[in-house]
Design a protein around this ligand. Sequence first.
Ligand SMILES: CC(=O)SCCNC(=O)CCNC(=O)[C@H](O)C(C)(C)COP(=O)(O)OP(=O)(O)OC[C@H]1O[C@@H](n2cnc3c(N)ncnc32)[C@H](O)[C@@H]1OP(=O)(O)O
Ligand SMILES: Nc1ncnc2c1ncn2[C@@H]1O[C@H](COP(=O)(O)OP(=O)(O)OP(=O)(O)O)[C@@H](O)[C@H]1O
Length: 744
Amino acid sequence: MDPASVAARLLAEARETNERRLLVLAGDRERCFSTLRTVLEALSVGVTDTVLVSDRDALPCERVDPKRTAELLGTTREIVVYDAHDALLPNALGQLSGVVDGGGLLVLLAPDLEGWPDRRDGFDGSLAVPPFGVREVSGRFRGRLIDLLYAHPGIGIVDVDSGGIERDGLTHPAPRIGSSGNRTEIPDEHAFSRRAYEACLTGDQAEALRTLESLREGRRAVVVEADRGRGKSSAAGLAAGALAAEGHDVLVTAPDARNVMEVFARARELLDGEGLADPDGERPLETATGGRVRFAPPAAAAGEEPDVLIVDEAAALPVRVLEGFLAVDRVAFVTTIHGYEGAGRGFSVRFRDRLEEGDHETHSVSMADPIRYAAGDPLEIWAFRALLLDARPPVEPLVADASPETVEYRALSKGDLAGDERLLRETFGLLVAAHYRTEPDDLARLLDAPNLAVRALIHDGHVASVALLAREGGLGPDTRRELYDGGRVRGNMIPDLLTSQLRDESAGETVGWRVMRIATHHAARSRGLGSRLLSEIHGELSSRADWLGVGYGATPELISFWSENDFSTVHLSTTRNDASGEYSAIMLAPTSEAGRGLHDAHADWFAERAGGMLADPLRDAEPDVVRAALRSTDAPRNPALSERAWRHVASAAYGSGAFDAAPHGFGALALAHLLDPVAELTDRQERLLVRKALQGRPWDRVTDELEFVSMRMCMRELGEAFKPLVDEYGDEAALEERDRYTDD
Ligand SMILES: CC(=O)SCCNC(=O)CCNC(=O)[C@H](O)C(C)(C)COP(=O)(O)OP(=O)(O)OC[C@H]1O[C@@H](n2cnc3c(N)ncnc32)[C@H](O)[C@@H]1OP(=O)(O)O
Ligand SMILES: Nc1ncnc2c1ncn2[C@@H]1O[C@H](COP(=O)(O)OP(=O)(O)OP(=O)(O)O)[C@@H](O)[C@H]1O
């Protein structure tokens, strides 16, 4: 057989089964392209159905740059050619496998497979984080990928140098008897119209629609979860149309207006037959019954009061934005679990619990049947496996009994992970499950990046808790100067921040390990495993490093976790994190004299800066985050108030003085207390210190937010909160002033 007939047979099988196939052309690049031309000539596929992803214009069809494959997401082609000679970009591979339509072919152009893992390519360059060089990057990710190319069905492999066919990739499927395509059953009972159900392409889509019917009344939330390409946006669109047909005002929101094209397309098609006022008009869609379907970006949607809100691609929105949507009585969250571009568990990690705790009656539905190709498609199975898009933590019973006494601390080397598929899946699965977004590139980093290390607690052979560490710092004077002058140095987040933003040119000299991610299996949390893992890491690495560090979206609970484990805050970011919507906290745990020096200098500097930051960029930071961050800073401060300022504070606390005439003294005192609490204040009093004395919010808003019955009570409570602080810190003048009111 020649390469063209291998390709023709693969394509014929793909068409017959509505599945996809993969063809690998491996060897010299020029020969790959010439073989490819012969192959494409032999296949009856139009140029408009073909796309070449390469930096070379080697085919007379559409070409997309390998770094821009995200643009193809959501579109389909019959043939997708990926030229991976210069660089195999794991993210691009994932995205492209999603672009191939049922009955189509993915063609991968690669160097000679045997030598491929040992070649350093363009992607490897990006893994060489200073001070490491590209030679220290390994090729395990590609090695594993190649093994799986040979192991999975539906993958043809041609050696273009020898002309040899290494695998024909044919699966020889049994003929399908009476295949009815994707016809769906219409449920016996349904509230939405029959037409809406007839528009569904799979049984899962009809079931999702049935679940979405609950949005017709009450205070309800529906969660629709599915992998990519299961037709969830379309299900949401059919529901939106059906609800609008009944007269409801349906607002659709998503991170990007492009996300909702399918929602509107389905709603429009449905309403066309059910009273769409202006079938050809632009959005919003309006029905004869007064219903409508309209779009608003998330920020604008938060202020709206529609009858029903549909949030598409909810997992891509920050949790605090999602929480804002719970003000609407009836709301649907439509989310992708495993996308070809990576898996995001943000929605289930952080938001689901809050949803369950709220007062919406919640219904969930998941969709498994793919729309664009048949279930059980070999390309999808291979891509999910090769890129670990569906990696999961160990099933619950395996680690349910894990405790600090039962677990063993282990350094999981890259070799350990690459050599033990189950260990790799559990480790990666746990990291994915605990994080907002994990991409195929992250798997390659885990296996090949020289600056990363994995430590875990193993219970009975299974991963119960895991940490991903990045070595940072140890930078030479030139690199440090470059950083100080505003240059970028990859993979050194903490040195970069301390040097460029916080203006410390020597910060990159020390060597540290940043905990990039830590996760304990959800079945074994709050038993001390996370703390045990950190203390083991501390014990192991302290002789080789100056500090351990971490940067993460700060919540009061997480700050307290890190603080309990001896990490202390040196910075709060001044902008919110795109993914989590939270301010990031940067914390350090010194492990050497030099590390202690770095920490102390930056903790002091943070304590000095904090007042100014809270008054301006951090004005909207949540009081409990501020309290936890300040409390976890190891830099006590003595409030330096002038005699006048002291008299002013003391008279406001104990007598008739007013806060507003000289707020700055109150701020300094509040900061000193929150950094190193000396008096027993209630939670509400501390929140008041943050909101009023530090963030300078207007009285009426503080009164409302902290639920005081009146502004007067709020003011009085602020005075009460300052009494013990005056007692504790006050100088002679302050105490004298106080005693004027108290000595009777
Ligand atoms: C760089 C980063 O990765 S930051 C992100 C950290 N990871 C995550 O958020 C993933 C999801 N969460 C987890 O996997 C775990 O909760 C971890 C890793 C944060 C903590 O692991 P655990 O094994 O539970 O830690 P451990 O038992 O030693 O300490 C638990 C304490 O941490 C604090 N804590 C941390 N996170 C939370 C949380 N989300 N909710 C409540 N308490 C929390 C609490 O003080 C808790 O003590 P408690 O149970 O007595 O209230
Ligand atoms: N009921 C339907 N009628 C017509 N086309 C549909 C229907 N359901 C899905 N499709 C088509 O199938 C493809 C995937 O559907 P949709 O975008 O709704 O899925 P999704 O799960 O949201 O996928 P993705 O996350 O990839 O956007 C789209 O091209 C869409 O046009």
